[in-house]
Design a protein. Structure first.
Length: 91
């Protein structure tokens, strides 16, 4: 998290390519305490229940080997806030 206030928070996620170039990426996580995404930038986010999926947008999907990009989002707070485990896949 990059910031937190009563009822909300801001987060930034860095996506880094491994030893090979990639043409797109997907990051998935599940909130465990009722948090919800309210706004996002530099990624297209979809939600299904408490699971959030972020996909690259046109300008930040292609990454050279070892290259990285970031995306961010605002969320509403849940009962307890924490950092969920992220899963990342290249396409």
């Amino acid at each position: 998290m990059t910031g937190q206030w009563q009822g909300g928070f801001q987060a930034e996620v860095r996506v880094t390519a491994g030893s090979s170039a990639i043409n797109g990426w997907t990051v998935t996580w599940t909130f465990g305490n009722g948090q919800q995404v309210t706004q996002a930038w530099s990624a297209t986010l979809t939600t299904s229940g408490s699971t959030v999926t972020a996909r690259n947008v046109g300008y930040n999907g292609a990454l050279g080997a070892g290259g990285s990009t970031t995306f961010g989002f605002l969320g509403s707070s849940g009962a307890v806030n924490g950092v969920p485990a992220l899963s990342c896949a290249a396409s």
